[in-house]
Design a protein around this ligand. Structure first.
Ligand code: FMN
Length: 368
């Protein structure tokens, strides 16, 4: 057991099952991120000292040391405060961004607020991002934004869209009419910026354009190739013996937009989107590729959980940041602003994708 809890409501049980399955089962694939089709030709003798590379930047009016976010995972079940506390300590130590898991459970029972707010007891300096599903906003109305932002002091609120996960989940809410209008109402109501986030299926250019028109300026693409929520729900359906859901999950497990393609799609929709490139970011090299493609920051979830369970979280993050600086130095970048000048080679299916979608914002990539 990764986390223990004495309570047993449906939402709480689902939270704990997700953590258990994500940790213990092979929940990645069959799609990959397509970062493997990107190469950043390096200088074998770098002109930049990796120790002099600065990855400092501002995000949500706070200074952070690296363009890195632990994306939303948990809170909402007794026991999860232990994980959130450790994540906050690690995020604080390295001055990076921390996302909370869905705050739905605290809306249903206010006594669970401490499982989220503990992160502020640990650290006030870092940006913390709240989290709620679009389904909950539709269910309870945009006024829940007031509650969500009062449960814990957040610097932004992520609204997650997880259509394919809901299709497979026995308790899922599939169709949401007026979704974009609802998002506009949320932006109007929210005292903090709103981030629209997928959970592992990616975001397309057309949808990003709609989000832009609705007033959204922050997107976490959470593309395919990392944690696959169809597979996670497949394991839950197997545990509960739900054969129909098992067949649905099996049939949909290859759906999604690989993360690298999704970053290119969203960047081509608007120059001024703040893009969090996430979904299967597994190495510092992936991270720099995501930044070179046009992401402003990268996000990780599952590797953070795995490192936490192994009690390696600090070492993992330290190594990740050193790795990012080493890659940046090797391509001649001293700061994050220099990345866009670094050479990039796009090959294989990603090159075909970019060409077939006529994505031309990166002059070295499009229309080759
Ligand atoms: C255990 C676990 C729980 C998660 N819970 C949430 C959640 O409550 N809300 C949300 O928006 N995303 C949630 N996610 C999705 C992640 O934030 C992320 O978008 C997704 O896992 C892809 O990133 P990865 O491939 O690095 O894991 C969760 C991920 C994990 C691993």
């Amino acid at each position: 057991m990764v986390l223990e809890s004495s309570e047993n409501s449906k939402t709480i049980r689902r939270k704990l099952e997700h953590i258990e399955i994500v940790y213990a089962k092979p929940v990645e694939g069959p799609l990959t991120t397509w970062f493997e089709y990107i190469f950043l030709p390096h200088r074998a003798l770098p002109v930049v000292d990796p120790e002099k590379v600065s990855t400092r930047m501002n995000f949500l009016k706070k200074e952070i040391e690296a363009p890195l976010m632990i994306t939303g995972m948990t809170g909402g079940a007794p026991g999860t405060e232990v994980l959130n506390k450790s994540l906050a300590e690690a995020a604080c130590r390295f001055k990076i961004v921390l996302g909370l898991g869905s705050q739905r459970a605290a809306l249903e029972s206010r006594e669970l607020a401490y499982t989220y707010s503990i992160v502020r007891d640990v650290c006030t300096e870092i940006p913390v991002v709240g989290n709620i599903g679009i389904s909950e906003i539709v269910r309870y109305g945009p006024r829940i934004v007031d509650q969500l932002t009062s449960i814990v002091e957040v610097d932004a609120l992520a609204v997650h869209l997880n259509y394919f996960q809901e299709v497979v989940q026995p308790e899922g809410l599939v169709y949401i009419s007026r979704g974009l209008e609802v998002l506009s109402e949320v932006i109007e109501r929210s005292p903090v910026p709103v981030i629209v986030k997928e959970v592992g299926f990616g975001i397309s250019r057309e949808f990003a354009e709609d989000l832009y028109s609705a007033g959204i300026r922050y997107i976490d693409v959470a593309g395919s190739g990392g944690t696959n929520w169809t597979l996670v729900e497949l394991y839950r359906a197997m545990n509960s013996g739900n054969l129909v859901k098992q067949y649905i999950a099996d049939g949909l497990k290859s759906v999604g937009i690989p993360t690298a393609a999704s970053i290119a799609e969203v960047r081509s929709a608007a120059e001024d989107f703040f893009i969090i490139g996430s979904g299967g970011v597994r190495s510092p090299y992936d991270a720099v590729k995501a930044l070179r493609l046009g992401a402003d920051m990268v996000g990780l979830a599952r590797p953070i959980l795995v490192a936490y369970v192994k009690k390696h979280l600090r070492e993992f993050l330290e190594a990740f940041i050193v790795g990012v600086k080493s890659v940046l130095a090797s391509v001649g970048a001293t700061t994050l602003h220099d990345i866009e000048k670094c050479p990039i080679v796009v090959t294989g299916p990603l090159k075909d994708w970019v060409n077939s979608r006529r994505i031309v914002y990166l002059k070295d990539i499009g229309q080759q």
